[in-house]
Design a protein around this ligand. Structure first.
Ligand SMILES: [Ca+2]
Ligand SMILES: [Ca+2]
Ligand SMILES: [Ca+2]
Ligand SMILES: [Ca+2]
Length: 437
């Protein structure tokens, strides 16, 4: 049995390909340029606000534009603070009331029971982000609620952030990021909002100012609005949760120009056993898929039952304790310090057909198939034995998320599991052994 002794030593690939891909950096890096600090990042100023409120409200209190954006992980919001006073520890609040997909929650109140409501809206809000300032730039409290069966249910708060982050500067704005999965938001969901500024006396204070400022969104005209709570009716423009840019890669076994712009994860110049030869190995990703490419330099046509590649990936240095290979060929990963968590097994047929593909996840010493050629689950694969092996696999199927670090070994082997070992390997190092028979 031939052992892959590594050092797996493929340089880390990032789930943010953006750092590798100049053509994508503009959009995607931009989102990471949002720092949750109460300062209006250039990214915010570059966006078209969903709502505006150019006029001041009760006593001159004033909020301005309302923005939303998202990346793969988070929903981000910004609300301009134009005239929000320093009231000490217990300052004014904003309520960002969001409707999702036009679904009516049936709840027209507000979770902190101030003297305003959403009874004028055609569909009632499903989410309330309640955010009270303290002093100039501190947070008194934040709670986020989802409306469930007509009543608010708190899903996170200032003491239990669930991955969210918030910041405020009363002279600049209210800012935050909240994980999409905590909010229950998915790509292509349509979100619209009404932002209400109110005070610190729930029994009396109404809507001091509202974004969007428009007829139907009523403002307080006294300090005590308890006899006629201010009715809100009109949402901002809609925002669609975006899945972000997609990689311009076609899964066809042809090497797209994009692949050549990437730095290979590993290389393997020269042939292995009998001159069989694979070369550069690339990974990339967008918001939805992991993409791979392996150069085929000398992979013969063996008819229906051709050679295979095994793309063995380790994620975040987690050791799967599984050092074998799912098709039981004569090589293993016993030399690695952390065993692979994912195996993409891919056998060519003829020149450019697929004999079979299976993808496995390995954990706790065993491996489980998560998709195969008959049950692709949204994955796609293609091969041309004279050019390369190519594929894409949905990130969520692989359990990959932004920031995960992936490294790998690619093995080329034959079609006789009982006998064939490593014909060639990427990366080619002294520690990754190749068959000698
Ligand atoms: Ca900021
Ligand atoms: Ca205003
Ligand atoms: Ca291609
Ligand atoms: Ca090679």
């Amino acid at each position: 049995m031939k052992k892959l002794k590594s050092k797996i030593s493929l340089i880390v690939a990032f789930l943010f390909l953006f750092s590798l891909l100049p053509s994508f950096s503009l959009t995607t890096k931009a989102e990471s340029f949002i720092a949750i600090d109460g300062i209006k990042d250039a990214r915010w100023s570059a966006l078209v606000p969903l709502a505006s409120s150019d006029t001041a409200g009760w006593e001159g209190f004033d909020i301005g534009n309302f923005y939303l954006t998202n990346d793969r992980s988070n929903l981000y919001f910004w609300v301009d603070a134009v005239n929000v006073p320093n009231w000490g520890d217990n300052g004014q609040l904003i309520d960002i009331a969001l409707n999702v997909n036009g679904e009516d929650s049936g709840y027209d109140g507000n979770p902190w029971v101030s003297q305003y409501n959403f009874s004028g809206t055609d569909v009632k809000p499903n989410i309330h982000i309640m955010f009270r300032v303290k002093g100039d730039n501190e947070i008194n409290w934040v709670s986020v609620y989802k409306i469930v069966k007509g009543a608010p249910v708190e899903i996170l708060n200032f003491n239990d952030l669930q991955g969210a982050a918030f910041a405020v500067n009363r002279e600049k704005g209210f800012e935050g990021s909240i994980p999409l999965n905590v909010l229950g938001l998915n790509y292509n969901d349509i979100v619209k909002g009404i932002v209400v500024l109110s005070g610190n006396n729930e029994a009396e204070h109404g809507a001091f100012d509202v974004s969007p400022a428009t007829t139907g969104n009523n403002l307080a005209d006294s300090w005590n609005e308890s006899t006629g709570p201010n009715v809100q009716s009109i949402y901002s423009n809609a925002y669609t949760i975006s899945s972000g840019p997609k990689l311009n890669i076609v899964i066809d076994g042809q090497k797209d120009a994009l692949w050549n712009t990437l730095t290979p994860m590993g290389t393997s110049l020269g042939g292995g056993w009998q001159g069989f030869n694979i070369d550069n190995f690339y990974l990339g990703n967008d918001y939805e898929n992991l993409y791979f490419w392996v150069d085929a330099v000398n992979v013969p046509n063996w008819g229906d039952n051709g050679q295979l590649i095994d793309i063995a990936l380790n994620v975040n240095e987690v050791d799967s304790s599984y050092d074998g290979n799912p098709w039981a060929s004569q090589y293993n990963y016993s030399g690695t310090d952390v065993k692979p968590n994912i195996h993409i097994m891919f056998r060519v047929k003829g020149d450019n057909q697929i004999n079979w593909v299976s993808v496995y996840k390995a954990e706790e010493g065993t491996n489980n198939e998560i998709l195969n050629f008959n049950d692709l689950q949204g994955a796609a694969f293609a091969v041309d034995r004279t050019i390369g092996f190519e594929g894409k696999i949905p990130l969520d199927l692989l359990g990959l998320k932004p920031g995960d670090k992936v490294k790998g070994i690619v093995v080329l082997s034959g079609n006789n599991n009982a006998e064939h070992g490593v014909f060639d390997v990427i990366p080619k190092t002294d520690d990754n052994a190749i068959a000698a028979s």
